[in-house]
Write a protein that binds this ligand. Sequence first.
Ligand code: AMP
Ligand code: MG
Length: 409
Amino acid sequence: MLSVAQALERVLAGVPVLGTESVPLAEALGRVLAAPVVAAREIPPWDNSSMDGYAVRAVDTTTASAAHPVVLPVAGEVAAGGVAGRALGPGQAFRILTGAPLPAGSDSVVPQEEVRRDGARISLERPVEPRAYVRARGEDIRSGDRLLAPGAVLRPAALGVLASLGHARVDVYRRPVVAVLSTGDELVEPQALLGPGQIPDSNSYTLCALVMEAGAVPLRLGIAGDRREEIVERLREGLHADVIVSSAGVSVGDRDFVREAVESLGARLDFWKVNMRPGKPITFGRIGERLFFGLPGNPVSSMVTFELFVRPVLRRLGGYRTVSRPRIRARALEPIDNPGSRPGYLRVRLERSDGEVGARSTGSQGSGILRSMLLADGLAVLPGDTRIPKGDEVEVILLMTDSGLTQDD
Ligand code: AMP
Ligand code: MG
């Protein structure tokens, strides 16, 4: 049976980065940059004042050429959004407000708190440092600076920089579209009254959410009953997606028709089992250019196999630099057990304790116990038949949580 690492290698082999598209800046948060950002202008574009005060020539205020207090006539005025109508002459001051361009002839600003204003004149007690309170042209960004490379995830500051550079749109990688199908005669929509033997389809909600969290776009195909033709019919609706993900119906039960269904659509299957727990029966293949994942039906198994195999593929398609979640070493705060022979991905909660990260099981680890995922910050990776004693270290894959530990790109 394939190991998780071997299966992941097969899944990622030959997966390209999708094409690019241009999006308005206001819609670009979290998108992946597709072209380098190289500054084509200086920021700030001109020397300007960082204070409300007076623009002066520093040389007019130094003791060498003047006795203190120095008295200067206020001979002009400039506010943010304007420009001084003329140059400042020797021995003059101009009223200046924060963000206004420094008038020609001036080189420094005295904050208004540091002068006494008397009608049309100001007096200064101390000499002014040359360039004081001046934000120099280009001090933030120089023309030609390489600011961001392709693969960067656009965060709020990046959008501000792009706007400052005069871009209203930005080139980003297209987000993969992922068709999500639930299969099973027992499944109904969440709002339905449950008949005998029925359960709500929870997988399509966890999986569509995981798709979005991976920076991709879900296409909900709904529920197909356990009939080959019905599965085929639904899957056809997903054939224009980049990736198709189904859950359930991939074991060896009498009603497990997913494999037959995708094969009848021309799928070339690559593998259908991976040595892991939860989630052994996972099918992977290609239908034409589309990637197909037949995930197991149990709610935890479908989420964990998505994390390990589908998410990396979606990140690769979407142009992210990192495709896998970060891994850390955590201290077991209680014994963590993987009793089965297969490598285990156990759900743990992480806590900071004594400057370290500690891991604690989220409780019952059955593959149908969705609560174990609900509480999880990470997946502890354990070889088969292993018990990590309290106090030992364990490797943990960080999941997306608000624990503050999971920044991964
Ligand atoms: P299967 O792989 O079809 O044998 O399903 C394994 C288990 O997962 C069964 O108990 C199913 O009822 C359950 N299951 C399958 N699909 C879903 C789903 N979409 N939502 C919740 N549970 C499911
Ligand atoms: Mg089933």
